[in-house]
Design a protein around this ligand. Structure first.
Ligand code: IMP
Ligand code: MG
Length: 177
């Protein structure tokens, strides 16, 4: 596929990563219920796979966050949040499920919004992490895999809203940048 320069995480490796995260989270939350907050749209596949690996009771809700306005370029106007939560998070053990953590601006916004609503606990699980691009003090409690700075797509991650359906994660061919 021309858009993909190189596959960096295969379908099989994604499944292993998600299984490991599911085990870790289930152990840490033993005896509790989790309220999973899926950050749309990139986290859809990750959420649905991760929740099937959880052995503790969980509820699911959704928020939409976007910082890339088409292509791979940041908008520069900040992060757009659409708060579609239907569940009251007060006194809940909240776990935010994110596809990829880069600067941390997106999650900083989300954490600011959610922490004002008095959750019992608030943690972050990200499938991918590009720690070298961090520009905030945000860190995830659960990280699937640390990756280099390249723009990646597939398994929920998009380029101009396409390619979320690829079952693997690949680096974009630089000619599209
Ligand atoms: P941050 O706010 O800089 O941490 O960026 C996080 C958001 O940018 C993620 O939720 C993604 O939606 C998007 N993003 C960051 N890196 C990539 C990438 O390599 N591919 C696709 N989307 C990305
Ligand atoms: Mg995202």
């Amino acid at each position: 596929m021309d858009i993909i320069e190189k596959i960096i995480i295969s379908e099989e490796e994604i499944a292993e990563i998600v299984k490991r995260l599911g085990k870790e989270i289930s152990k840490d939350y033993e005896g509790k219920n989790i309220l999973l907050i899926c950050l749309l749209k990139g986290s859809i596949l990750f959420l649905t796979d991760l929740m099937r690996q959880l052995t503790v009771p969980c509820k699911v809700d959704f928020m939409l966050a976007s910082s890339y306005k088409g292509g791979t370029k940041k908008s520069g106007v900040g992060v757009e949040i659409k708060d579609g939560l239907s569940i009251d998070i007060k006194d809940q053990d909240v776990l935010v499920v994110e596809d990829i953590l880069e600067s941390g601006y997106t999650l900083k916004h989300i954490v600011n919004i959610l922490s004002k609503r008095s959750p019992k606990s608030l943690k972050i699980c990200t499938l991918l992490d590009k720690p070298k691009l961090r520009a905030t003090d945000i860190e995830a409690d659960y990280v699937g895999k640390i990756i280099p700075n390249d723009f990646v797509l597939g398994y929920g991650l998009d380029y101009d809203e396409y390619y979320r359906n690829l079952p693997f994660i690949g680096i974009i061919n630089p000619k599209y940048l």
